[in-house]
Design a protein around this ligand. Structure first.
Ligand SMILES: Cc1ncc(COP(=O)(O)O)c(C=O)c1O
Length: 429
């Protein structure tokens, strides 16, 4: 399979023009590496399809919240979609202005609501009647008005992994489309509340544009009903969720996705808000690890067919590297696929599991897969690790989290988060 932005030069791997070997030698492993040029390119491609439409990108911070990444986002004029007080803090530190920040999530605490209202963010996305009432109460206490947008649960199947579908009625997110009009009527009557938009987000890693179209059409119908009830709206937030190419899947081009939504929604007087996370940073990042040991190596160099034939009698190979599920949890959590490359280049004749050192059988990056015929000491590159990689990393097994490095558009690599040390593990205890 050919993966974008990787190339072997004289047997050594380069990504985005940078030598994997040099990055590992200079910054150590496990190591997250991101590309500024790749991030900016994805943003530009989304925006190129806006044409003259009133629309904006509100990057979903949860995908990758490193301050330097947020500064790139902010510098390019995008806004941010946040889900916690901590993300609001990060955005402000990175220079995002409050009028470009929107706050989603089903469980905002009173402190978080207070922080958002006093900061003066663009709006809080309301996910329940109880939350709307809490926002009204807090806004009154503060003597302020909170702008809100209602997140609709359109009950649309995004055909993605069940853990990352969010717009089905069995998911905890959003307010049933059946209750939306009554919620706006309540919002319009509550003190301290100014309804300003309506939104949805149906899930993540969506590769079928038809789901967005369906949700968009439901949203348009609701906007019209809300308007007929006398409530004026200025924004329509269409969420994020655009999938990327991890394996063989065909992810829609960003331009095609934006165009599909613009065409299915209409309503040119509303600002269309896109909150992509994964599709901006997912393929703009990789995780580099080092191969420590091969266990059961006598089984490693087999074709897939032969290995399948003989696996039960003869066991299989575990390729054990120095990154673990605490560094990148997506394979363990969602059985997510990450393409695996080696440095130096090796034939694709290895077969087995790529695992980490964490004391869990769920600590794997690839299971029963054809892999490069790694040798101990080789570098292992996990592709497409820029989204939901470091942000989901933990200190499980008291493992310090990896460093993060950014390759600037001029080719310079710089540390944007130091590798943690043991002292970091016990800070605050
Ligand atoms: C409200 C909202 N917007 C945007 C996103 C970003 O999704 P993605 O990274 O798939 O684009 C999420 C992710 O869960 C979300 O909950």
């Amino acid at each position: 399979m050919k993966i974008e932005s990787f190339a072997y030069k004289n047997g050594n791997l380069e990504w985005q023009g940078a030598s994997i070997r040099q990055l590992a030698a200079e910054f150590g492993t496990p190591l997250y590496v991101y590309s500024e040029a790749a991030i900016l390119d994805r943003i530009a491609r989304l925006r190129s399809a806006f044409d003259s439409r009133k629309a904006g990108v509100y990057y979903s911070v949860k995908a990758n919240s490193n301050l330097s990444v947020l500064r790139i986002i902010s510098g390019s004029g995008c806004g941010a979609d946040i889900v916690s007080g901590g993300e609001l803090f990060r955005c402000l530190k990175a220079g995002l202005t409050p009028d470009k920040i929107v706050f989603s999530g089903v469980g905002k605490s009173a402190d978080e609501i207070r922080y958002a209202i006093t900061t003066g963010i663009l709006f809080l996305s309301v996910e329940s009647r109880a939350e709307l009432e809490a926002i009204s109460k807090i806004a009154q206490e503060l003597g302020k008005t909170a702008r809100i947008s209602v997140r609709v649960n359109p009950d649309v199947d995004p055909k993605t992994h069940p853990y990352i579908s969010t717009g089905l009625k069995e998911n905890k997110f959003g307010i049933s489309h059946k209750e939306v009009v009554s919620i706006y009527k309540l919002a319009a009557s509550l003190p301290g509340i100014e309804p300003t938009g309506l939104g949805f987000h149906i899930g993540s890693q969506i590769t079928e544009l038809s789901a967005f179209k369906e949700a968009g059409q439901i949203a348009v119908k609701l906007v019209n009903e809300v308007r007929a009830a006398g409530v004026q709206l200025h924004h329509l937030d269409v969420g994020g969720g655009l999938g990327i190419r991890y394996a063989e899947e065909q992810a829609p081009a960003p331009e095609e996705y934006v165009k599909q939504i613009i065409d299915s929604v209409g309503l040119p007087e509303l600002e269309l808000m896109f909150d992509p996370g994964r599709s901006i940073v997912g393929n703009a990042g990789i995780l580099i690890a080092r191969m420590l040991y091969l266990k059961g190596a006598e089984h490693a160099d087999k074709s897939v067919e032969k290995a399948n034939d003989s696996r039960t009698e003869s066991g299989k190979t575990f390729f054990i590297c120095d990154a673990g599920m605490n560094d990148l949890i997506r394979p363990s959590l969602y059985e997510a696929y990450h393409h695996v490359l080696s440095d130096p280049e090796r034939p694709l004749s290895g077969f087995g599991d790529l695992v980490g050192p964490v004391c869990e059988s769920g600590d794997f990056f690839a299971k029963d897969r054809s892999l490069p015929a790694f040798q101990a000491g080789d570098l292992v590159v996990l592709a497409s690790a820029g989204a939901y990689g470091f942000t989901m990393a933990s200190n499980y097994n008291s493992r310090p989290r990896p460093a993060e490095v950014l390759i600037r558009s001029n080719g310079q690599a710089e540390v944007i988060r130091k590798r943690e040390i043991f002292e970091d593990l016990i800070r605050g205890e």
